[in-house]
Design a binder for this molecule. Structure first.
Ligand code: AMP
Ligand code: GLY
Length: 422
């Protein structure tokens, strides 16, 4: 079967690497892809917002499965357009993708299905939001409703900061994404991510991970898209995972199915493990980046068969097996990230041994050289018998990458190691 993968970051490199290993995969195409993905796929230029062009490409090239990596095309309805012409797609339609596209939408689903989450107010104007603030303590969390490239969440420590954040959002700092805000109670605890695959009816757990969102060691500095991750996150015990499935994932899938807009794809739950139990912080409608990289490193099943069974509505229970061996990924970023990363540094990669992969995120080919072209540039990913072993291998490889002007956190996995994982 021919497969088209949409996206061009580290998440998609990990997916391409795994898809290409399947005996079911004849030709793999990727748009826009990147130089790492090009090792496994034919990279093609397609405007992902031009649905007719994507459909035309699939029909011309007998594509039997489309895998959508990032959220933007999902929220724009690419999966609906493809399904309407009978092309199987891994990824939710526009309405179900509102779980990521609108924080107010997710809160309404939580209300309807009684899902544990932070108390909140949904406000459609500055005046309404100011009035609602009085009902919250400090700190308070202010969120632009729509997609804001990971920048739409402000944790305000003071009333002045909260006013400022609301002013900024309603003044249009995030465009249409900020036409509405959600004000939330501040939750405390450790964060973890949980993934589940669903074809709209059947649901299969797909493991846990922990991201490292701050740019600096010790979780300092500004927020980023994620500076590294490991999987599994053992703080999410089997009991807690079962609770998350029962109280969040299954009710969400059932609610969307009952509305006639079933969720098809991977549901990514961002959790806060509070003293009162796990609470949902947010849903994403796609794999995490860089969490996907560690999940793919652990996946023992055929990814094509798995994603196709999701796309075709025949996901079998117990069908996703992840290795017990932990995996870790260290993001190498360009100086200046997350604000304004330097671009164009020439990178030389070392050979990698068994159990180590260097996934490309923001790289490009230029005159025969590999150069940096984005903020997060490489994801050095390793698996090992223990997390400590995987981590040692990952950093050994990091230290062999020649990337002038690149940096990484040196403490990925610290919480898990502090728990006594060795
Ligand atoms: P989000 O984009 O919704 O994932 O939010 C980004 C980050 O803000 C999360 O990873 C949390 O660290 C933090 N955050 C979001 N909502 C809350 C909340 N209600 N309480 C505490 N922290 C939060
Ligand atoms: N690493 C966080 C995300 O993919 O949203």
């Amino acid at each position: 079967m021919n497969i088209l993968l949409l996206g061009g970051g580290g998440r998609e490199h990990a997916l391409a690497w795994k898809l290409a290993q399947s005996p079911l995969c004849d030709r793999l195409y990727a748009a826009p892809g990147n130089p790492g993905i090009a090792d496994h796929a034919d990279v093609v230029q397609l405007d992902l917002s031009d649905h007719a062009a994507v459909i035309g490409f699939c029909q011309t090239n007998a594509v039997g499965l489309v895998v959508v990596g990032p959220e933007q095309p999902l929220v724009e309805g690419i999966a609906d357009s493809l399904r309407a012409v009978g092309i199987p797609v891994f990824g939710p339609g526009k309405e179900a993708a509102q779980l990521e596209g609108s924080k107010a939408f997710t809160k309404a689903v939580c209300d309807e299905a009684n899902i544990p989450t932070a108390g909140y107010a949904r406000c459609d104007s500055f005046a309404e939001a100011l009035a609602a603030l009085a009902d919250f303590g400090l700190p308070v969390v202010i969120k632009a409703d729509g997609l804001a490239a990971g920048k739409g969440v402000i944790i305000a420590e003071t009333a002045e900061e909260a006013h400022g954040a609301l002013e900024m959002i309603f003044d249009g700092a995030f465009g249409a994404a900020g036409a509405r805000v959600v004000i939330e109670e501040f939750l405390t605890g450790e964060e973890a991510s949980f993934f589940a695959l669903t074809d709209g009816v059947n649901v299969v757990p797909f493991g846990s991970a922990q991201d490292h969102k701050r740019v600096g060691d010790g979780d300092t500095g500004p927020n980023t898209g994620g500076m590294g991750a490991y999987s599994p996150a053992t703080i999410l015990t089997p009991d807690l995972e079962a609770e998350v499935m029962e109280r969040m994932i299954l009710p969400t899938v059932r609610t969307l199915a009952a509305r006639g807009t079933p969720y098809v794809g991977v549901l990514y739950a961002g959790l806060m493990l509070t003293p009162d139990g796990p609470k949902l912080i947010e849903y994403n409608a796609r794999f995490g980046d860089p969490e996907c990289q560690v999940l793919m490193m652990r996946l023992e099943d055929d990814l094509v068969e798995l994603l196709l069974s999701v796309a075709q509505g025949r996901l079998a229970s117990g069908s996703a097996r992840l290795s017990d061996a932990p995996a870790i990924t260290v993001v190498m970023a360009a100086n200046g990230y997350p604000a304004t990363p330097d671009k164009g540094a020439v990178i030389t990669l070392p050979a990698t041994g068994e159990g180590v992969m260097i996934f490309h995120a923001g790289t490009a080919s230029q005159d025969g050289d590999l150069v940096s072209s984005g903020g997060r540039v490489l994801n050095v990913t390793a698996t090992g018998r223990t997390l400590a072993q995987a981590r040692a291998d990952a950093y050994l490889t990091v230290d062999r990458v020649a990337f002038p002007g690149g940096f990484c956190r040196r403490d990925i996995g610290w919480r898990e190691l502090a728990r006594g994982a060795h």
